[in-house]
Design a protein around this ligand. Structure first.
Ligand SMILES: NC(=O)C1=CN([C@@H]2O[C@H](COP(=O)(O)OP(=O)(O)OC[C@H]3O[C@@H](n4cnc5c(N)ncnc54)[C@H](O)[C@@H]3O)[C@@H](O)[C@H]2O)[C@@H](O)CC1
Ligand SMILES: Nc1ncnc2c1ncn2[C@@H]1O[C@H](COP(=O)(O)OP(=O)(O)O)[C@@H](O)[C@H]1O
Ligand SMILES: [Mg+2]
Length: 291
């Protein structure tokens, strides 16, 4: 298992081409946020927008629409129960993030089945939270696409069948190969299982043990995959690294880190990475972040 380093940020977060428009940086659809867990999809969508996705749409329970728009007017909203609208959106985006706050009710399952039946091999599909649990409980086949699973240890136990205490590298790697996607196994020192090797996140802390931290990561992964398409899996690794690098910086002054603070800090963090090794030298991870 190889430790990730700051270098992954430099490799992935490059200067934007000036000859561009919002479409250049990817369209993301986030599906989740039932009547109970609206906050989860709001956090994920905020992270996707702040990570630089060109155009972001949320498919959720419409009870969350006003709250979402009040927090994030950059995002568009559709009703996740409106089959026609959901199909149209699924057809038109580059990246789909499904699961944050989706819930495990009948309606949640119906929405997930629609998503899984209508993704395309060219799309990136980030499968998080309730979507992983539903997939495991209802034995749903994986959808088409470049798949990125982002389970915490219990979700990974449900999906892979490997009890938390037995989640070691060899077993996890075998389960990842069977699943066929990238697996971001979230824990203290998150592990990322890919077709091209296994990586360990050497940073991050218990200050991140706050509800919504994983929802924020899922949105960041979606945003990075949409924007840095050519980077492929490297974009996933960079999102995982940036998420905890920002958290570590905030945790210097705070006992806990709010997930929303990570999203707020993202644009200035990414600018510092873009400015490169000079800033890097004096420690861009130690510099000031706006959050
Ligand atoms: N503000 C919101 O709307 C929030 C909504 N959330 C959503 O709530 C849904 C359920 O997700 P949860 O993860 O809360 O519930 P889950 O039931 O999927 O997982 C929590 C259970 O797993 C156990 N567990 C064992 N190891 C764990 C680990 N390393 N990390 C986390 N749990 C571990 C816990 O003890 C607990 O029993 C998801 O859709 C999620 O996106 C949560 O993200 C919390 C915040
Ligand atoms: N003790 C810890 N050390 C480092 N990272 C942690 C710790 N606790 C939680 N995290 C991180 O916080 C996130 C939690 O994800 P998840 O459980 O899915 O949260 P939620 O579903 O509430 O948004 C993961 O990225 C995980 O690595
Ligand atoms: Mg989660």
């Amino acid at each position: 298992m190889k430790d990730l380093t700051e270098q992954i940020l430099q490799d992935v977060i490059t200067t934007r081409p000036q000859e561009s428009f919002k479409g250049t940086f990817g369209k993301v659809l986030l599906v989740g946020g039932n009547h109970q867990f609206g906050g989860a999809i709001i956090m994920a969508a905020t992270a996707a927008v702040n990570a630089g996705a060109g155009l972001v749409t949320v498919a959720c329970d419409l009870v969350n629409r006003t709250a979402l728009h009040a927090r994030l007017p950059e995002a568009m909203v559709i009703d996740f129960s409106n089959q026609a609208a959901l199909l149209e959106m699924l057809n038109g985006v580059d990246t789909i993030v499904v699961g944050p706050g989706l819930g495990e009710e009948e309606q949640s399952l119906a929405v997930l089945k629609t998503v899984f039946a209508n993704t395309k091999p060219t799309q990136t599909v980030v499968i998080d939270g309730s979507a992983i649990t539903l997939m495991a409980t209802h034995q749903l086949a994986a959808p088409a696409g470049h798949l990125v699973f982002t389970p915490h240890q219990m979700e990974w136990q449900r999906l892979s069948g490997i009890p938390i205490k037995d989640q070691a590298e060899a077993l996890n790697q075998a389960a990842q190969e069977k699943l066929g996607g990238t697996v971001v196994l979230k824990r203290h020192h998150t592990e990322i299982y890919t077709a091209n090797g296994t990586f360990r996140l050497p940073i991050g802390s218990a200050a991140q043990a706050v509800g919504g931290m994983g929802d924020t990561l899922a949105g960041m992964v979606g945003g990075f995959c949409a924007q840095f398409k050519e980077a492929g899996n490297q974009a996933v690794l960079a999102a995982v690294y940036a998420h905890s690098a920002i958290a570590d910086q905030i945790a210097k002054d705070q006992y806990i880190v709010l997930p929303t603070q990570i999203a707020t800090a993202l644009p200035s963090f990414m600018k510092k990475v873009e400015q490169g090794p000079a800033t890097h030298h004096i420690g861009f991870l130690g510099g000031e972040l706006r959050c």
